[in-house]
Design a protein around this ligand. Sequence first.
Ligand SMILES: Nc1ncnc2c1ncn2[C@@H]1O[C@H](COP(=O)(O)OP(=O)(O)O)[C@@H](O)[C@H]1O
Ligand code: SF4
Ligand SMILES: [Mg+2]
Length: 340
Amino acid sequence: MSLLEVTDLRVAFPTSDGVVQAVRGLTFTIAPGRTLAIVGESGSGKTVSTQAILGLTPGADISGTALFDGVDLLRLDRDQLRRIRGAEISVVFQDPLTSLHPLYKVGRQIEELIRVHRPETSKAEARRRAVELLGLVGIPRPERRADDYPHQFSGGMRQRAMIAMALALNPKLIVADEPTTALDATVQAQILELIARVQAEFGIALVLITHDLGVVAGMADEVMVMYAGLVVERSDRRTLYYRPHHPYTKGLLESIPGSSGDRGGRLRPIPGSPPSLIAIPSGCAFHPRCPYAMPVCAAERPPLAPVTGSGGHASACWLPHEAVGLGAAAEALRLRAKEA
Ligand SMILES: Nc1ncnc2c1ncn2[C@@H]1O[C@H](COP(=O)(O)OP(=O)(O)O)[C@@H](O)[C@H]1O
Ligand code: SF4
Ligand SMILES: [Mg+2]
């Protein structure tokens, strides 16, 4: 049984320059306790697709369904959504300062969150819980640090505090949107480890959004690669790393440090940049950047179709649907996944 079941989600923003088609028909499910990674370059619609589900894209035209525990989130009013958001589904953003209020003590913010959603909780009980949560996420001397303001925390500590806040109401699902992008590599690894630990400990489902496939190497059960508002490839993590099908996924893999694209510290990024979502290329939106593009690619959009021989693996590409190896890049990632 799925916890979240999204079907044909479409999100568009009417603007003075034209309609931004941010999400163009997204379908996915996530089961309780599992991790789904959504990966793609900046501007591919990752953030909008989850924000729309949570009612955080004012002004957008949204269609589709998003069943959470059987309830369609896209049909709820603002108050109903607000009750679910933060309590049953919580979000961890890249920049904790967008979620932590600069003028309130960190502990106090967690207490308030608890008391807003659970008014029956006493002040003392909320305080006890806030301190406990700060300790749980690895804040040293939490009973003292609870009285600090966000600016007194380092970037990594603030992200820990955000995770504490995300856990405060025992959510079933956490959406972590580029949770470590602003952090240096060591802290990044610690925060990912923390997220994985609390997720396993409390059986929480996780949607992990990142532009960096390397980040999900050790964590995701399933990976969904997005490009220009669509899923271009989807599979379990191992298949995606060992036998990617879509040229865009291969490009992302080769631009990870330590992959075959990493020659003496110089990465091989995908040439060009993602398209404007106001004027999306015809057919396969990746065709202007794809080294394998054929005439059919510009003419017709390839459907997301199963890749032969791999359960659950699907790719939206006109190349033959047999699994293709990726040599050294897959090997580098295999080693990484092992270390993680
Ligand atoms: N409120 C908005 N109005 C207009 N366009 C938007 C708005 N929010 C996001 N977009 C556009 O939607 C597209 C997808 O954005 P986003 O989901 O943030 O990408 P990602 O998270 O993959 O980097 C981008 O082109 C972005 O500029
Ligand atoms: S459909 Fe064509 S352009 Fe698109 S990724 Fe496949 S080969 Fe490249
Ligand atoms: Mg984003």
